[in-house]
Write a protein that binds this ligand. Sequence first.
Ligand SMILES: Cc1ncc(COP(=O)(O)OP(=O)(O)O)c(N)n1
Ligand SMILES: Cc1ncsc1CCOP(=O)(O)O
Ligand SMILES: [Mg+2]
Length: 230
Amino acid sequence: MQATRLPRLHVITDTRAGASPLSVVAASLAAGARLIQVRPEDHHNDRSAFDFAAAVAALCGEYGATCLINDRVHIAQAVGAHGVHLGAEDLPLDAARRILPSDAIIGGTCREPEAARAARRAGATYLGVGPVWSTTTKHGLPGAIGLPGLAAVCEAVELPVIAIGGITAERAAECRAAGAHGVAVVGAISGAADPQGATAELLAAVGEADPPGLVRPNRGDVPEQLVGER
Ligand SMILES: Cc1ncc(COP(=O)(O)OP(=O)(O)O)c(N)n1
Ligand SMILES: Cc1ncsc1CCOP(=O)(O)O
Ligand SMILES: [Mg+2]
C-alpha cells in the first residue's frame, strides 16, 4: 500500500446553534480540503451525532477525503471513519489503539513536550496542539501556548503536529514556520462569509493549494493509509 501524507488542513465541523455544518463541509471539500474532523458538541446525543457523522463520512467518501471523529470512538467504528481525535477527557489513546483497526488514524491533544512524548508512546498518529491562540469556539480551555509553546512540542516528537486554537490563514503559515505539520480550524471556516474561499486560503497558507477550480467528487476512491511524516 502506498503511503500518503497526513493532510495539513484539518477542517473541524461546527455544530453550534446557527451554523450550517454539512453545507460548510461540502464547501470545504469542494475547495480541496482532504480531511474533515466531525465534532458534535457534547449536548448532541449519540443518535444525532451518528446521523451527522454518517452524512459527513459519505461526503468525504465522494471526495476521497479522510474522515475523523472527535471523542466518540464507537461512532467512528459505526460509520467506518478513518480514525478519531481524543483528548484528556476521552478514551485513552492506547485503549482506542487496541480496539480500532491497525491502520486507524488516532490524534491526541497535548500542549507540552512531556504529554506529547506520552501520546506518542500510547500510539498516537498525530498530535493536536493548542490552543496556540485564544479562541471563543470552546470554553474552559487553558491559556494559549503561543508559537513558542507550539515549537517546543514540535521539537519534542517526530509525530506530525496539528496546531489548533484561533488559527487564521496568516497564523497557519506562522504555525508551519514554527514546525507544525498543519493546522485545525473551526471558526476560520464555519464563521466565514465564504467557507469555500476561506478553505482555499487556508490550504494555500499550509502549502496544499490545489490547482484553481472546483475539486470534483471522485466517487469510490478511498484514501490510502496515512503515515506520520512531516
Ligand atoms: C486537531 C485537534 N486538536 C485538538 C482538539 C481538541 O480535542 P479535545 O482536547 O479532546 O477537546 P474537544 O475537541 O473534544 O472539545 C481537536 N478536537 N482536534
Ligand atoms: C476544540 C479546541 N481545542 C482547542 S482550541 C479548540 C477550538 C478551535 O476553534 P477555532 O479554530 O475556532 O479557534
Ligand atoms: Mg475530546
